[in-house]
Design a protein around this ligand. Structure first.
Ligand SMILES: Cc1cc2nc3c(=O)[nH]c(=O)nc-3n(C[C@H](O)[C@H](O)[C@H](O)COP(=O)(O)OP(=O)(O)OC[C@H]3O[C@@H](n4cnc5c(N)ncnc54)[C@H](O)[C@@H]3O)c2cc1C
Length: 276
């Protein structure tokens, strides 16, 4: 289908993009979620503000004890980055599992987080990494903890006029282990179930799921079952028994509610075995 007519403005700075945003406008990043929605007329913005040429939104650096990923950095660039491969290897693995080469070359981490697809990969990864989402508007900058960012199906804590500028993650302590495991939808590669785990040397373990519910989530029950404990078979089994307890599980033509619940346990087990 063909989208409804819209205006287009290319911004070259974040301030210019913010100034260009008005009531009925949308940011255009990689376009791999927005353009399909516009073609289906599920989204009908009056204006697109293109942020793809804003250099300040691209790149990955270590700064004051944090790894800072520009919101406009593509999945492909994150997958290839040496700092990410060394310090946040599950980000590199997760990024390399997104879609196909075209999607990875254009799709951005900021666009994926703003879109908040319930089957997206970045959502679980930023939750497990305890990331902070940096956003900017005409009122200035603010930081939103990843755990406060996702508010429901395709919904986030972003307010009108706000642009995600960066994703900030405290540099993990030496010896931290990470894993991202997903059961892929075979055509799109979206996560039917994805499980991200970050385990610190002291045993503190963050566990997050995507694809399971209409909102990505940290699994407090599974985390309590393994945090600070040796990851032997009994502990892993206790965690998988606790996985997604009390969570409302999605059901669709790819996977029923009981099958998804089963997959959550299987993929948590794989991720915990990978960090043990
Ligand atoms: C065939 C196909 C397969 C895919 N497979 C996967 C997969 O396996 N896993 C996965 O996770 N995803 C997958 N995706 C989605 C892909 O990762 C998208 O790139 C991503 O969801 C959106 O990022 P984008 O940069 O393309 O954003 P866009 O499509 O440009 O924008 C998406 C939304 O975010 C808003 N937005 C964009 N950037 C910002 C910003 N900086 N601040 C605030 N709002 C912003 C836009 O206004 C829009 O509402 C797939 C997509 C396709 C088409």
């Amino acid at each position: 289908m063909i989208p409804v007519a819209f205006d287009y403005q290319r911004a070259t700075t974040v301030d210019e993009a913010i100034a260009a945003l008005s009531g009925d406008s949308k940011i255009l990043a990689g376009g791999h979620s927005l353009l399909p929605a516009m073609k289906l007329r599920l989204s009908q913005p009056a204006k697109l503000v293109d942020i793809t040429r804003i250099a300040a939104l691209k790149g990955i650096k270590e700064e004051n004890g944090e790894i800072v990923i520009g919101a406009g950095t593509t999945h492909g660039d994150i997958a290839k980055d040496d700092l990410i491969k060394t310090k946040l290897p599950f980000f590199a693995d997760g990024a390399s599992m997104i879609g196909d080469v075209q999607v990875r070359n254009h799709g951005t981490i900021g666009g994926s987080l703003a879109h908040a697809d319930p089957a997206a990969d970045w959502t679980a990864l930023v939750l497990a990494a305890d990331a902070a989402i940096e956003v900017q508007s005409s009122s200035g900058k603010r930081i939103i903890k990843a755990t406060d960012f996702f508010t429901g199906l395709f919904s986030t804590a972003l307010e009108d006029g706000e642009i995600i500028t960066a994703i900030r993650i405290a540099v993990p302590a030496a010896g931290t282990k990470t894993s991202y495991q997903k059961f892929v939808q075979p055509a799109s590669r979206f996560a039917i179930v994805g499980c991200a785990v970050m385990r610190a040397p002291d045993g503190k373990t963050n566990i997050a799921f995507t694809g399971v519910s209409d909102n990505p989530f940290r699994d407090a029950g599974a985390e309590a079952a393994v945090s600070g404990k040796t990851l032997d078979n009994a502990t892993i089994s206790a965690a998988t028994n606790a996985a997604a307890a009390g969570v409302s599980i999605m059901s669709d033509h790819y996977a029923s509610e009981p099958y998804r619940r089963h997959l959550a346990k299987v993929y948590l087990k794989k991720a915990l075995q990978a960090v043990s």
